[in-house]
Design a protein around this ligand. Sequence first.
Ligand code: WTA
Length: 657
Amino acid sequence: MTTPTHTTEAIEALFNEARKFPPPPEFAKHANAQPGIYEEAERDYERFWASWADKLEWMKPYETVLEWNEPFAKWFTGGTLNASVNALDRHVRAGRGTKIAFYYEGEPGDRWTITYSQLLDDVCRFANGLRKLGVKKGDRVAIYMPMIPELPVAMLACARVGAAHSVIFGGFSPDSIVDRVNDSHCVALITADQGWRRGNKVPLKANCDKAMESTPSVRHCIVAKRVGDAVEMQDGRDLWWSDVVAEQPATCEPEPMDAEDLLYLLYTSGTTAKPKGIKHTTAGYLVGVTATHNLVFDLKENDVYWCAADIGWVTGHSYIVYGPLCNGATSVIYEGTPDFPDKDRLWSIVERYKVSILYTAPTAIRTFMKWGAEYPKQHDMSSLRVLGSVGEPINPEAWMWYHEHIGGGRCPVVDTWWQTETGAIMIAPLPGITTLKPGSATKPFPAIQADIVNEQGESVPLGGGGYIVLKRPWPSMLRGIWGDDDRYVHTYWSRFQHMYLAGDGCKRDLEGDYWFMGRIDDVMNVSGHRISTTEVESALVDHPAVAEAAVVGRLDDVTGQAICAFVSIRSGFEGSKELGDELRRHVGEKLGKFTQPKYLTFTQELPKTRSGKIMRRLLRDIAEGRMLGDTTTLADSSIVAELQERAKAAAAAGKDE
Ligand code: WTA
């Protein structure tokens, strides 16, 4: 196992964490999940999931709950259904058409509400428009949009006509769009003219234009108007959203989809430079997100729920779009950043819409801590009753601050561990049952069988740490990697027999509660974004000045990890501040701004073993200013002292930024 992202001291501190928060009795009494649920799910886990499948609306009932041909699962086979019908039509038919689906708040302050029946109309019109353009069942459609209501509309319209969507986070660069679109041959690309971010305009359509020079499969680009500046529109290829929906009826026959038909692809970073197109299918995914959203957040009819993530990541897919809509929830969507125009923006939103459930990331919480408790104090946040955390390990201090300053000491904090691959929450408290411990994601969700194993794949007794694995299939599990079954088997199912390897280090305390430690592979987690070290390295070596690059994650108080690059340059170039800036810009252009290294150290040579392998562990130690362990395998030990000096200087410079 490589070094987890926590230092030894941090791990020790975690295990000295003794605070416990049992569920408030009133909360427990009315909670959706009641004691006995774990035992019931264990008695017959297929039946447990089937009980959730039975809450969905089927066009044709399923015949078999699970066909498990390890590592390929099929759930609810024989059944047909449509995701958009489950998200929308059935609520409208049940008389809940006037219920608000989304409170929308744009960054500049524009606001509107969208009811379930309005959302259904919008989805039908756009779905009809897609059909007219020739988009059909089995196609893939790329979506590259800001956080505007057209984004969930586009996703649900794809689902309605049976096309799989592939949402590409709006922070990605044109090159990243090209890779993702070409990997699955998307037939259309849906975007907006521009988006708002901290008062700036993000050139989404211009990025698409650049990308479409190299994406031959894209026949149409549909552009929603968000900001209003003029953008290039190529005749025959580019269409305005408003024209696509014009004169389309507000009803649209939904495509009957097999339970196992592809609902979407979502690309995520692995340990190579090529991102993996994670496949999620229809029924099992909806079952997973519906059950977890209902039970982990204790969702009630009158809740106002807000997941402050971006729909471009899996958290937004599962817990802004599909989970909440299938549960008929009222949600908030906010377009922009938390500090625009001021650092109390989120709390003003909580107050305005009387948000009762808030789901955000540790990075955000640590940022709010740094800004200070005076910002939340300016607002009445007494509507809140449940708080959630996702994306990275939450440290006990941040947990306590969240509990106290956002939750007023009365709201359970549910720390939820899961992944793009798992589709839905896997390890988390059930807030009416579980005694919470700050920093722990507590227990596996009912019917999930998790374990911690050692190098040999043997279960580690309570009190020990190792690799987190999942030992039995679950409905929302990934169905593979687009076009690459071998990589699927190799990445997740080959290290240990009959176990899904998640790639996280984890420790379990004597009471069986899980404490996550960060990734065990070469994947960094920066502000909850998964970024592969190799991806950043290949972007760096793509620059003519760079001979070699090694990238590691470095602990960061706010973002969890920060990207730290060690770069050796070709002769004829000079390791100047200007070159550093240029390399950062280059990485930004290749991958996306959020992947730019925070720390960059130039070096004559990278530390390597005698067999030529870059010593990443050593670089991590250097990056984090730790005492160095054994360096005897190092080919040239003189470079270490120099690197330490330079890294220290880079760290100091990084702090100034
Ligand atoms: C990390 C995001 C600790 C973990 C939903 C995982 C977490 C990766 C937690 C998946 C948590 C997510 N505690 N670590 N509560 N939630 N992670 O695919 O390393 O973007 O493997 O999915 O984030 O990131 P992804």
